[in-house]
Design a protein around this ligand. Sequence first.
Ligand code: SAH
Length: 346
Amino acid sequence: METKKKDIRALTKEQLRDFFLKQGDKAFRGNQVYEWLWQKSAHSFEDMTNLSLETRQMLKDNFVINHIKVDQMQRSADGTIKNAVRLHDNLIVESVLIPTATRTTACVSSQVGCSLDCRFCATARLKRMRNLNPDEIYDQVVAIDNESRLYHNRPLSNIVFMGMGEPLMNYNNVLKAIDKITSPEGLGMSPKRIVVSTSGVPKMIKKMADDKVKFKLAVSLHSAIDDIRTSIMPFNATFPLHDLREALQYWYAATKNRITYEYVVWDGINDKRKDVEALVEFCKFAPSKVNLIEYNPIDDGEFQQANSKAIDMYVDILEANNITVTVRRSRGKDIDAACGQLANKS
Ligand code: SAH
């Protein structure tokens, strides 16, 4: 029986160097292979043309490269691109390229499905099937960087972990992927251009602070009142706002990085003055700004975006309290690529 070959990209550079030493070869070969795998994103051992044919065959006998495959690419009228990405075990995740006048942002997935149960999110309807490996996250970014160069004539400039899944519930792999994305041996991107978005897992926010991460943090808040937040994001019963707030204060004290709150205003749910006042109070706990994001309907009509009067009230009250607020329009709605719409529909 053939033994299962190991995913070569699960090895560190040191482990690759060791492997070559054990084969009676030079450790330096490990560096060459590492460069092919991460800097040049090689899809196969045949691509590694500065290695001898024997070495390439030997690698093939021992390892596999579990590269992702972009199964389907959809382009929106506004330039947004959605990739349906096939993983080596045939599961599918989605990632999105969002172009604006000045930047190209990749929105990437961290899990297949999601274990959280936000009632307004399409991904929540798919149960969590598995975590993505670091290389599967990295590959999504590389695919979008290539598409950005091809269709928009510029490299990728920003990354947001706002695709499928809860990044802080796949923390180790997300961190390893970001290490590769920011390392000069990977894509060499600045961590300041990366945002990890979480529904708010207090213990993990504190861990990120302890780990002194350099990327930015966004929290999907949607309500600063416990009862309301629990009714739309049921896991809030386990991680209530008090714990979230404490973790965010800890984060700010350690990183001095201000927090972005993502917030949708829904008709009849969080569109009252008391909702804005609670948000203002919450924003005082740590330096922060608010992104009011547009609701992208996900079928059942249960949730509806509040009218513009309610949005204006939010903006006026937040600004009167010196809190920075931006109103974000959604992109790529015609191809189900907008926030909360990723559910492997096509
Ligand atoms: N689990 C992470 C990242 C994925 S969701 C998180 O919760 O932050 C990315 C963003 O889209 C979150 O702010 C989420 O609250 C928001 N979102 C989910 N469903 C949405 C919908 N239907 N319309 C608009 N935004 C939505």
